[in-house]
Design a protein around this ligand. Structure first.
Ligand code: PXG
Length: 463
């Protein structure tokens, strides 16, 4: 990988960035003082910044670069499509070849009974589609009062008004008057943080049964759908207890409500199957997709819709919803090429059979580290919970301080590993090789060791 030299010095780039660019989920003034890290190129699982430093990207960008960086085939597919037909819409009784091909491919890859896709530009937009689609579905079936959508605290479903309302992130709700009406949140299945004295199995059942309690509280005739991520991603890679999903499925089957699986992170191989719903034996009606659909090379999202729901929507007149970039031809061509690579190179199988088991063994051994109380993993997404006292699963007195410190050490040690509070999380490109997993683990352990040394000296380790 060559260092790109034909751009301005880092300090000048940072100054311009600070002057004109407002960053997502960022305190602008703080960032302006610190200066943003400028990423200039990437290849495989490695990033290069404007100082020529290499970083192993254990987050696959934002959980999305499933096939890794630097795949020329996707660049070629985009260029070809831009030359042939850079844009056309899919409104007004028109379509185009890339969106036809992608839709047929998705129907082939999706679980049985999913033969339709509604496209969006992102996961957030797709979840906004879902809100409108499930309410329209019940309306079309003569039950317009079935409007309430149940979701979960600490779930993440995007940053649009709809997506952030479905999500259970309090700091997001606090800005801008969210959630919108008729969204109700139940507790998350985070045993480590909230399970108290219960066994994980009992706790999983208790949290799932909150769905049934909510359905009974509002009345089945008022509930449109339940939405959840198979494994919570942005919430801290929370792998639910084994009892959770079967009980959720039982409850959804017993009551007349739709189940939406938000597969934006879990989809396209992340959990070792094409969809998290397959890994956890979930039978949803709608699956939200984005991120790994194009490996992040082009923005695209969508809703995979089961035949029953699609049939009702398709026969209910105009669905008055859609985006300029629904089924964008360049994004569709890039996504199709990405799916070809995932499939032909057997990347999902390699994750399931080889690299995820390899990572799992090493990742779970982190519980031997003095800072680590719990290690969770599902395919190629994983987390560890740091604690001052493993037995009691205690939280630190200054929540998030160790996580932040550890993330900074990771950067210094050439690793992008994120923190959510005091959980450290990874979600590397699915193409990561065993020797790269070794490097990831070496850098992670080094960073955890340094964090432990610092935490002791700062007095953080007394529970
Ligand atoms: N659903 C899930 C499960 C997601 O993880 C979205 C929907 C929204 O997708 P878009 O494409 O609109 O961003 C996401 C996105 C983080 C982080 O810090 C996570 C996401 C996005 C940005 C940051 O972990 N997930």
């Amino acid at each position: 990988m060559n260092k790109i030299t034909n751009h301005m010095p880092t300090a000048e780039l940072q100054a311009l960035d600070a002057a004109h660019h407002m960053h997502p989920f960022t305190a602008g003034a703080e960032l302006a003082k610190a200066g943003a890290r400028v990423i200039t190129s990437a290849d495989g699982v490695m990033l290069t910044d404007s100082e020529g430093k290499n970083l192993l990207d254990a987050m696959a960008g934002l959980w999305c670069v499933n096939i890794g960086y630097g795949r020329n085939e996707l660049a070629e597919a985009a260029a070809r499509q831009m030359r042939e037909l850079p844009y056309y819409n899919t409104f007004f009784m028109t379509t185009h070849v890339p969106v036809i091909a992608l839709s047929a491919k998705l129907a082939e890859l999706a679980p049985e009974g999913f033969n339709n896709v509604f496209y969006a530009g992102s996961g957030s937009e797709a979840n906004d589609t879902n809100i409108r689609m499930v309410r329209h579905y019940w309306s079309a079936k003569g039950q317009p009062e079935k409007k309430i959508i149940i979701s979960r605290k600490n779930g993440y479903h995007g940053s649009t008004l709809g997506g952030a309302s479905l999500g259970g992130m309090i700091p997001m709700h606090q800005q801008g008057g969210l959630p919108i009406p008729d969204i109700h949140h139940i507790d998350q299945p985070n045993w480590w943080a909230e399970g108290g004295d219960m066994s994980p199995e009992d706790f999983g059942l208790e949290r799932a049964r909150q769905l049934e309690a909510a359905i009974n509280h509002y009345g089945e005739d008022k509930i449109a759908a339940f939405i959840a991520e198979p494994v919570q991603g942005a919430g801290g890679v929370i792998v639910p207890p084994e009892t959770y999903w079967p009980e959720i499925q039982r409850i959804c089957d017993a009551h007349d409500i739709l189940l939406i699986a938000d597969e934006v992170i879990c989809g396209f191989g992340r959990t070792g199957e094409w969809f998290g719903s397959t890994t956890y034996n979930i039978k949803p009606h709608i699956m939200t997709i984005a991120k790994g659909l194009s490996s992040g090379y082009a923005p695209i999202g969508g809703s995979l819709v089961c035949d029953e729901v699609a049939d009702v929507i398709n026969n209910a007149g105009d669905f008055n919803h859609g985006y300029t970039y629904s089924g964008h031809p360049v994004s569709a061509a890039v996504a199709l090429e990405n799916l070809r690579i995932l499939e032909e190179e057997g990347i999902v199988d390699t994750v399931r059979d080889e690299t995820a088991p390899y990572l799992k063994e090493k990742w779970e051994a982190l519980t031997d580290h003095p800072l680590i109380g719990q290690a969770s993993i599902s395919g190629m997404m994983a987390s560890v919970a740091m604690t001052p006292h493993k037995e009691s699963r205690a939280a630190f007195k200054t929540p998030g301080a160790l996580g932040y410190y550890c993330r900074t050490r990771c950067f210094e040690n050439g690793l992008v590993m994120r923190h959510v509070g005091d959980r450290m999380i990874i979600s590397p490109p699915l193409v990561i090789k065993k020797d790269e997993i070794d490097t990831l683990m070496d850098r992670a352990v080094k960073s955890l060791d340094e964090t432990y040394t610092w935490a002791k000296s700062e007095g953080h380790m007394s529970a």
